[in-house]
Design a protein around this ligand. Structure first.
Ligand code: 1HN
Length: 352
């Protein structure tokens, strides 16, 4: 550990003098930035959906319309990041819950921030991305790549809620934010529903394809297919000690993560699972899809059930447990960025 240099009146006077010249002493600030290990400001936090989030969301329907809000989203603000430049769930990622009521539309726009939608509840509202529409169902993972036109609408008779995960802080640190509204509510649809899965999601790719974008061309990784894959693999029972049965979503064109800045996975924890402690540098947002269990993060126990959301900050020891039911959880983090920069680290512990 570094020693902090002593502060003396002579030094303080010197610092004050050089400040005028836009100069500052590195030795006064080095310790705060080169920490022995990650010291995230965000804290482990659990949002109970049915008890706390849902009533607030339903109330928001009477507070503002989707049109006036542009996007009616309640931000999951990490209490450890209250002084951050923007309310976020981790230092690198945003999370919010968007609700769209029957008959509403969230008008088309595009931005350089990439977004994922993870569907929480409701059935049958749509999101459209660059001319393809997809009907959303709980557990679906839908991608809005950087700089693609997207709008949402609900032609059903029930409210629809999904989680929005965006790389807002990453784009901010690089100063690459661009935004543009589309002149109409909806960008024209020019492909049938399911087109992207047919083209890219069957283990084949179109002959002579020119997909060069860093984001997967698949619009919707449906829960029906994900769940079936997990079920079939569970039959063989090869579970990881820490993660259970964990599958990462990939871009079928490159084999890399589905999104360039956000890594996404789905896992199945079997009944009576008692996970080994694990930590990694990826601050991770979890969304529970099915089942009940608990996750112990740095000694704090989070009891979770369907639709609950929690966050495990970078480098925090944690383990997962289930009891009488198997559980399915979605998660996302900034791991693709860390891997590309050679920064990603993980560590497995021992059960006490
Ligand atoms: C956004 O554009 C959407 O397009 C959702 O649905 C959430 C959160 C922050 C900034 C932009 C959307 C967002 C967002």
């Amino acid at each position: 550990m570094r020693e902090q240099p002593r502060r003396t009146p002579e030094r303080e006077a010197y610092y004050a003098r050089i400040k005028e010249k836009n100069l500052a002493p590195l030795w006064e600030v080095l310790k705060g930035i080169q920490t022995d290990e990650p010291k995230p400001h965000e804290v482990p936090t659990l949002w109970k959906y049915d008890r706390d989030v849902k009533p607030a969301l339903l109330e928001s329907g009477g507070v503002i319309s989707a049109r006036e809000a542009d996007r009616r989203v309640l931000i999951l603000e990490n209490p450890g990041l209250r002084d951050y430049f923007f309310p976020c769930i981790t230092h690198s990622l945003f999370a919010g819950l968007q609700m769209i009521m029957p008959g509403e539309v969230a008008p088309s726009h595009r931005h350089t921030q990439s977004a994922l939608r993870f569907i929480i509840e409701g059935e049958g509202a749509y999101t459209a991305v660059d001319g393809e529409k997809t009907t959303m169902r709980p557990g679906d993972f839908v991608i809005t790549p950087s700089w693609t036109w997207h709008d949402h609408g609900n032609e059903t008779d029930q409210p629809m809620v999904w989680l929005d995960g965006l790389d807002i802080p990453i784009v901010d640190v690089l100063n690459c934010s661009f935004f543009e509204p589309y002149p109409e509510d909806q960008f024209p649809i020019d492909r049938p529903e399911g087109d992207s899965v047919a083209r890219w999601g069957t283990g084949m790719v179109p002959d002579g394809h020119r997909h060069r974008a860093p984001t997967s061309p698949i619009l919707n990784y449906s829960y029906a297919r994900t769940r079936e894959a997990l079920d079939r693999m569970a039959a063989r029972g090869d579970y990881d000690d820490c993660h259970g049965l964990k599958m990462n979503y990939i871009n079928p064109v490159t084999g890399d993560w589905a999104m360039p800045t956000i890594g996404t996975s789905m896992r199945l924890l079997p009944k009576g699972f008692s996970g080994t402690p694990f930590r990694s540098t990826e601050g991770t947002v979890y969304v529970v899809v099915e089942g009940k269990g608990r996750t112990v993060v740095n000694g704090t126990s989070f009891e979770w059930g369907p639709r609950d959301i929690f966050v495990v900050p970078s480098w925090c020891w944690h383990y997962h447990e289930t009891n009488g039911s198997e559980a399915v959880m979605f998660n996302y983090s900034d791991r693709p960025v860390q891997e590309k920069l050679g920064l990603y680290r993980e560590q497995r512990g021992k059960r006490a």
